[in-house]
Write a new protein. Sequence first.
Length: 321
Amino acid sequence: MHPISRRQFLPHLCFAAAAGGALLEGVPRALGAEAPARKLTICLVCGNIGVSANQTQAIDLAQKYGFESVEAHAEYLAGLEPDALAGLLAGMKEKRLVFGATGLPVEFRQDDARFEAGMKGLPRLAAGLERAGVTRAGTWLSPAHRSLTYLENFRLHASRLREAAKVLKAHGLRLGLEYVGTRNLRTSQKYPFIHTMKEMRELIAEIGTGNVGLVLDSWHWWMAGDTEQDISALRPEDVVAVDLNDAPAGVPMDQQVDGRRELPLATSVIDVGSFLNALNRIGYDGPVRAEPFNKPLNDLENDAACAATAAAMKRAIALIR
């Protein structure tokens, strides 16, 4: 089972500005000793940057380029024998890496049959993630629907995601939900749906399982008109995972396209410094991942893409004061 990704959902994942000078600046192995205390980790998600890698390859790339956490591959981890899993975890500890988050392996956006099939497989995968020490899973919500009104869609999401969250909770996992704020997407179908932090928190409250929080993406935070103060009002447990992106320069907000983004600080259109500092102040302790949907980055070789991403992420993290 594989969750549908926005990379598949978006019809035009085309070019965005290149990674700039990131490849030329070199990649430090770690932030300076004088960097302020933080609990969040710089996380490598290979698929987000066009890198094709299995779990062990992703772990090696994460160590090589100075990431601090790495995406968990649920199917792979669930299939490991105990000795193999113990070896994998020991190797990660030696490399000073931890798991970030995994995707929710349940298709809840489509028909009942696909949802029920995903739910049948979820207990096995959740148990495998629990054995591997993974505690976070995340997914995203489409901001519009062709036939369901807001209330109908809200009720459907609350019901289905509650079922998934209960299974995850039984295995010590939290579920993060990402709202999509991009304007052209929420107007792409007849009925707009959740596209702001406040609306998503209403859905989380309705789910009511106690282990559901936000996936916060700087792009959607900016697009939705959410603020630093909105983040400051959260508790650390309200945030399960974080995505960090910038936007192309010279494009009006209402003309921005979800599949054309930049690595953090490439343009400074999005105030990633305020975003990160607010998260750090509330004590957020999870993964921070680049998700730029950037064709020039995707077209690079694996090592070059990881190097450019690591350099951009470390420059952004250095803004934490």
